[in-house]
Design a protein around this ligand. Sequence first.
Ligand code: FES
Ligand code: FES
Length: 158
Amino acid sequence: MTDKVNIALRVNGKSYAIAVEPRRSLADALREDCGLTGTHLGCEHGVCGACTVLVDGKPVRACLMFAVQVGETEVRTVEGLAKGEVLHPLQKQFWENHGLQCGFCTPGFLMLAAGALEADPDISDDELREVLSSNLCRCTGYQNIIKAVKLAAAEMRK
Ligand code: FES
Ligand code: FES
């Protein structure tokens, strides 16, 4: 067995001192070592986007990144979106506009959209569709996801 490496993962403003094998994916470290199971694992091949989290504010596939690569950089997961009992505008709009059915893809879409809207609050509809097309949903047909993200974008611009 490979020796484990001690790292301090900074996730949602909190530090997690964990010991991981160098090959441990960020997704597994978040779920298994930090107990943050909101990040979902689907394909584990970088295709579905269910594992999307923000690293240094940018959406990444957590199944394709090693935990040891994160270093001092801040990771944000779906658990950090709400402020206490107050849902993030994206969560609220997904809820109100039926942007989810089974919910398996939802954490990934929320973090993907959060990264895109924070990077460019005035993102165009075409660019938004392009960004969202990187993640897969087997339930909704995407229309309500796009609608929810557009409404959240408008709310976040206020
Ligand atoms: S689980 Fe990471 S892209 Fe599918
Ligand atoms: S809501 Fe089921 S996969 Fe998207």
